[in-house]
Write a protein that binds this ligand. Structure first.
Ligand code: NAG
Ligand code: NAG
Length: 229
């Protein structure tokens, strides 16, 4: 009874001012619920996206905390250069043996080295390439590889001989080794897709003549670039 009375009262109350109430009430009644609905959807979508981002962030953090991925480290620990000279026809005669250590410091990640191509460069020009045997490297393991560059290669450059003669008188040659790798990571039973990191090692190699050299080779840490290939 109270309801009908109220409704009636309301009707009676609003009754006289029909044109005014129409123009006043329509936007609020029509726009009110619609505006609320839109903002509800937006805030729901926003909440879902926000929750997804937070969830992925947490999942990544937990993964990172458990797995603790660390970069594999490359060092050239020894270099034996027994021949490095130019013949009159601009051919570089070379014989360079390197000891390359690869350290996988990860407790839970293994590495498949599917392809290992080592290139030796002098003054930015490649003079030798060797392909090393593929292998799998387990957790917390160090492997030693022995790339040997031997042969002759025509290399020319504007101030190549000038640089060469300077280094020849010093008895130490600045040689660069680059590794072009194709690797996959293994975590438990999961194997990742291929990565193609590039490793660069700048070496100062003393020439070893009849077992004598002006200095001993100093271990060089190589730079590792996972994404610039
Ligand atoms: C480098 O490798 C050669 C041949 O495997 C080995 O005789 C030499 O001791 C190594 N040098 C170092 C510093 O490990
Ligand atoms: C290069 O040097 C080696 C020894 O270091 C020597 O036996 C050879 O004759 C030289 N070659 C040239 C083309 O000078």
């Amino acid at each position: 009874m109270a309801e009908t009375e109220e409704a009636h009262l309301n009707g009676a109350y609003y009754g006289p001012s029909v044109p005014a109430s129409k123009s006043y009430h329509r936007p609020s009644r029509g726009g009110g619920p619609l505006g609320c609905c839109c903002s509800c959807i937006f805030s729901l979508v926003f909440k879902i996206i926000f929750a997804a981002v937070v969830f992925m962030g947490l999942a990544f953090l937990v993964f990172w905390l458990i797995v603790r991925p660390t970069k594999v480290k490359f060092h050239v620990t020894d270099a034996t250069l027994t021949q490095f000279n130019f013949s009159t026809d601009s051919n570089l005669h070379y014989n360079l043996a390197l000891n390359l250590t690869i350290r996988n410091p990860n407790k839970k990640i293994g590495v498949y080295y599917d392809r290992i191509e080592a290139r030796a460069l002098y003054e930015g020009q490649r003079f030798g390439t060797v392909t090393l045997t593929p292998f799998y490297q387990g957790h917390k393991t160090t492997n030693v590889l022995n790339p040997v560059f031997q042969g002759q290669q025509l290399i020319v450059g504007s101030n190549l001989l000038e640089e060469f003669n300077q280094q020849k008188s010093a008895g130490v040659y600045e040689i660069e080794m680059k590794l072009y790798l194709r690797i996959r990571f293994k975590l438990g039973r999961i194997k990742t897709g291929k990565f193609k990191p590039r490793i660069e090692c700048d070496l100062k190699v003393p020439l070893n003549q009849n077992g004598n050299s002006v200095s001993t080779f100093q271990t060089e840490k190589c730079s590792v670039d996972y994404f610039n290939y």
